[in-house]
Write a protein that binds this ligand. Structure first.
Ligand code: NDP
Ligand code: 2IT
Length: 457
């Protein structure tokens, strides 16, 4: 490509050809195609007059994981039956630091989902400003209905294979859907036992064995800090806003809690069985009850409507038809489609902050953008989780623990800096900030420039 500016139509042509290649090389991986499309559609216009990125095939190399590990996970259930699951670790990019990203246990887990998550993680981790590469792992294991002992045996078997591929300076996994404090404890215990080393090989650990203050809260709190920053940038505030939240796990419950603390009204939560709605706004007592329900008793969100008379349960549904000012999807990928986005827009939604990874389908992203709704993309909004994981790594290597107040401040500052980087690269002429382009470009630049420095590796 010549140095002269490339026309928009040429740029669209390159993009189309690029996506054709990605789709052809990764057949049957729709989530991965979706994630690459979302990034590439911001990056092609940005690099159209920057030939070094093209000449060195930066976008092409970024769409290939550096390494994929795929393994058998045999375990025995309480009845003595031998069970077999599939385990994965997608080590996507180590351009700016050791591989870093969560582990997901869910029956839907496959290579497409983990490749989309590992790809996204690379840009997200770059946005945090910390030296972390991108990865994701997991298994198609369904923790629902399993006893603690079954989960323990599964985690031990999973790590008995994975341990040889990870390490505090190589690859540092953490939690994600279906993997919380309990699972991290079992995996860390088994890693330590096999290797005879007490190192920061996983994050999200218990506070007694090297975990960081604020890691549990970081993703949900960070997401609401980001939402507050987006509103503030556009002369608005979170106070008095009615917020629709999906999910009822780690991210959703902490998002709801931070909304309350900042003077907003959390109206909904959900799980895979349906959503709950409290038109008075959920209280801290109700949020704590949900935390206990989902995190300890491992029950269904429908039970909240039996416990509290001002809560209604809507079977199978998702909360996007409820009238609210902001939406914070916090459950899973592709949980807001084009029609649901249209319903939210019709009801006057002002801002959408993706706390889950890729919760909005492309049609929903397009609808929000066209309608001028403030749209915070996942890789920026939920980066507080991995950000505090990065701080856990620092504390572990220094064999030190920082006070909760320090971590609270570091998280808040990190979310402010991520927001400001998005604004730097996502400014528009008079319209609302394009946070999607801003996050993609800000995340891309650091990784791409590191890759240019290394030559063709
Ligand atoms: P949890 O396992 O704690 O909670 C997940 C919640 O989402 C549950 O309420 C679950 O319902 C619901 N859910 C999961 N899969 C589906 C599905 N296919 N359909 C409908 N509901 C579903 O996970 P987290 O809160 O940790 O993660 C939520 C999201 O946030 C994910 O997208 C994750 O990748 C992302 N994320 C998490 C981070 C973290 O630090 N934990 C960091 C950054 C992003 P049910 O109980 O019925 O399964
Ligand atoms: O999607 C994510 O950023 C996470 N699940 C957290 C990853 C981490 O390493 O803390």
């Amino acid at each position: 490509m010549s140095k002269s500016a490339v026309s928009d139509s040429k740029c669209a042509e390159y993009m189309e050809r690029y996506m054709e290649g990605v789709t052809k090389r990764n057949p049957g991986e729709p989530e991965f195609h979706q994630a690459v499309y979302e990034v590439a559609s911001s990056i092609f216009p940005y690099i159209k007059d920057k030939p070094a990125y093209h000449k060195n095939q930066i976008l092409e190399r970024m769409a290939e994981p550096e390494r994929v590990i795929y393994f058998r996970v045999p375990w025995t259930d309480d009845a003595g039956n031998v069970r077999t699951n599939r385990g994965f670790r997608v080590q996507f990019s180590s351009a700016i630091g050791p591989y870093k990203g969560g582990i997901r246990f869910h029956p839907s887990v496959n290579l497409s989902i983990l490749k989309f998550l590992g790809y996204e993680q690379t840009f997200k981790n770059s946005l945090t400003g910390l030296p972390m590469g991108g990865a994701k792992g997991g298994a198609n294991f369904n923790p629902k209905g399993k006893s603690d002992n079954e989960v323990m045996r599964f985690c031990q078997s999973f790590i008995t294979e994975l341990y040889r591929h990870i390490g505090e300076d190589t690859d540092v996994p953490a939690g994600d859907i279906g993997v919380g404090g309990r699972e991290i404890g079992y995996m860390f215990g088994q890693y330590k036992r096999i290797t005879n080393r007490f190192v920061g090989v996983l994050t999200g650990k218990g506070l007694e064995f090297g975990g960081s203050q604020m890691r549990t809260e970081a993703t949900g709190y960070g997401a609401i800090f980001f939402l507050r920053n987006m509103l503030k940038q556009h002369s608005d505030t979170i106070e008095g806003k009615r917020i629709l939240i999906s999910g009822a796990g780690n991210v959703a419950t902490h998002a709801a809690e931070k909304v309350l603390q900042l003077g907003g009204t959390p109206l909904t939560l959900s799980d895979s069985g349906g959503f709950i709605h409290c038109s008075d706004g959920l209280t801290q007592e109700q949020i704590d009850w949900v935390k206990e329900l989902k995190g300890v008793r491992r029950g269904r969100i429908s039970e909240a409507a039996e416990e509290f008379s001002n809560i209604t349960f809507h079977e199978k549904g998702r909360p996007w038809g409820v009238e609210g000012d902001c939406a914070v999807p916090s459950a899973t990928q592709n949980e807001i489609n084009g029609e649901e986005a249209a319903a939210l827009i019709k009801n006057g939604v002002k801002a959408v902050a993706e706390a889950a990874n890729m919760p909005c389908e492309q049609a929903a992203v397009d609808a929000f953008t066209e309608a001028g709704v403030l749209f915070g993309p996942a890789k920026a909004v939920n980066a507080g989780g991995v950000g505090v994981s990065g701080l856990e790594m620092s504390q572990n290597s220094g064999r030190i623990s920082w006070a909760p107040e320090r971590l609270r401040e570091l998280l808040e500052n990190m979310m402010r800096d991520i927001h400001d980087s998005c604004v730097q690269y996502g400014k528009t002429d008079g319209g609302p900030t394009n946070y999607l382009a801003g996050a993609n470009i800000a995340g891309f630049v650091k990784v791409a420039d590191a890759m240019l420095s290394y030559g063709h590796v």
